[in-house]
Design a protein around this ligand. Structure first.
Ligand code: NG6
Ligand code: CA
Length: 507
């Protein structure tokens, strides 16, 4: 064939076909498992005594356990947007806030995502689980029609998702733009402004709750649980929290089965162990620390279902599996699903989900690719979820279009254990909107700018007034618990870290 005709044939449609679609040793399937609110110390392979995670332990024993990996934010929405786009959420609109369940899509179609980049390299791409990045146009989606834009407009060939979180309405699954099981005669209405319909709320009818809330979560009751936001209609489509983990795991398994002929990318975003924690009855009482521990067991089981399917289809050796969390662990996040048990989900790190301390964003991160990543290895290389677009494109030989994924660093050599250190040299975290605070890491140093931490139960006014907002500087090599603020004693380092943050933020 002449060159000119080859070029003519090289349209967008046929481009993917030019990329080899068969498996090759260097183009593995990628299964990226993003758990929700799992802390650094919540897995037994990371030292947990309060839960047993045999499937995740097996994954670590067959791969590499990373000890300095970070979620790009300490809450869900900003982490997920940064993970998919390779751009810090605070650089993007609408900023770093947690999206309500009726938010418009927060990634503009046309933006490169991990999924669109892998798709351009011939991968079949799918998302199963928690989305929480908004859906539909400005003003939110029409829940009773085709939901567009959705993940299907951001590079995913298929999607089976929840819109936001388990504690936010609408409490339904959405498959490729449509609410699953919705009866047209019982349309859904959703509001975050005021009550819609006549269904009881947690505020008005607390006696109807099977799981009580501790703060917030007192709006429409679905399946005996008060939610954030109000909804009415869609009775036949509503999920049962107890079945959610199995439903998502089943869909992840189905995607793998359907994709096995081509290289595939599965973004499996579990809802476990976000609140409300309502594990399936078979996990009840299996942990020594009540419902939160039982939920960890359920999450481990869901991961086990996916790993078993890879084994059964003989795909394990040609699949890169990553397991990590969207932010640090948290105990009481609004429901009575924790109990009075004393353990720190992010040990040895200070803080929880929603804070700038290490416990907010230093998360478990396990990578397994038999024969490529050394079994049973451990790495202290600095990684962030932001690096997935650049790393995966490097792995599969795709190209990032100019101007996209600007904060994504190719950390492939560190991921594969070829280098001990990483190409990522610094990492920024952020909470609390435009008036919030930032944290920046470089080497052993960590700086936190003055600002409110603003998460969870609001601190009492007097406690707030007593706590002046000061800059913080920690040496993580000598003080991993961030207990000794060196800001007042090491002015030179403080200045250097402040300047680094200004430089990265581009101000
Ligand atoms: C908070 C919720 C919390 C959780 C979090 C989002 C209240 C009082 N707290 O506002 O329960 O839903 O948002 O979690 O409503 S995340 O992991 O999705 O970011
Ligand atoms: Ca989360």
């Amino acid at each position: 064939m002449k060159l000119s005709s080859t070029l003519a044939a090289c349209t967008a449609v046929t481009l993917a076909a030019l990329v080899p679609s068969a498996h090759s040793a260097d183009r593995p399937n990628i299964v990226f498992i993003l758990a929700d609110d799992i802390g650094y110390a919540d897995l037994s392979c990371y030292g947990a005594k309060h839960a047993k995670t045999p499937n995740l332990d097996r994954l670590a024993a067959q791969g590499c356990k990373f000890t300095d990996a970070h979620s790009p934010a300490s809450t869900c929405t900003p982490t997920r947007r940064a993970l998919l786009t390779g751009v810090y959420s605070w650089r993007q609109q609408p900023g770093s806030s947690i999206a309500p369940g009726d938010a418009a899509i927060t990634i503009t179609p046309g933006t490169s995502t991990v999924a669109s980049l892998l798709k351009s390299a011939g991968y079949r791409t799918g998302i199963v689980g928690k989305w929480h990045l908004g859906l539909g146009p400005e003003g939110g989606p029409d829940w009773n029609a085709d939901i567009k834009p959705s993940p299907n407009d951001l590079g995913f060939d298929s999607s089976f998702i929840m819109a936001a979180t388990g504690d936010r309405v609408p409490t339904v699954y959405i498959e490729n733009r449509r609410i699953v099981g919705l009866d047209a005669k019982d349309p859904i209405a959703v509001s975050y402004k005021g009550k819609v319909g006549t269904e009881p709320t947690g505020k008005e009818n607390p006696e109807l709750l099977k799981l009580k809330h501790t703060h917030g979560h007192d709006m429409t009751i679905v399946n005996g649980v008060g939610r954030i936001g109000w909804m009415t209609g869609g009775q036949a489509a509503r999920w049962k929290d107890e079945d959610m983990s199995d439903t998502f795991a089943g869909r992840a398994v189905k995607f793998i089965e359907q994709s096995k002929g081509a290289p595939f990318f599965l973004y499996f975003a579990t809802h476990g162990i976000h609140v409300p924690r309502v594990p399936h009855p078979r996990f009840k009482g299996t942990s020594p620390v009540g419902t939160r521990g039982d939920a960890i067991h359920e999450l481990d089981d869901a991961v086990g279902q996916v790993l078993a399917k890879l084994d059964a289809l003989k795909l394990t050796d040609r699949t890169l599996v990553i397991f990590t969390s969207d932010n640090g662990g948290v105990m009481d996040d609004g429901y009575e699903d924790v109990g009075k048990f004393d353990y720190h989900p992010n040990a040895p790190w200070r803080g929880t989900k929603g804070t700038l301390f290490e416990g907010g964003n230093r998360v478990p991160f396990i990578a397994r690719w038999p024969g490529k990543i050394k079994a049973g290895s451990e790495s202290a290389a600095l990684l962030a979820h932001l690096d997935m677009p650049a790393t995966f494109t490097a792995l599969v030989g795709a190209k990032i279009p100019a101007g996209q994924c600007e904060d994504s660093v190719n950390v492939l050599p560190a991921l594969l254990g070829e280098t001990k250190t990483s190409a990522r040299k610094d990492f920024v975290s952020h909470i609390g909107g435009t008036k919030g605070a930032f944290g920046v890491r470089a080497g052993q140093w960590k700086y936190i700018s003055p600002g409110p931490s603003g998460y969870g139960k609001a601190p009492k006014a007097e406690a707030k007034a007593k706590a002046p907002l000061l800059p913080q500087l920690y040496n993580l090599a000598t003080d991993p618990a961030e207990a000794k603020n060196l800001a007042a004693t090491d002015a030179a380092k403080l200045k250097e870290m402040e300047a680094l943050l200004v430089r990265i933020r581009g101000q």
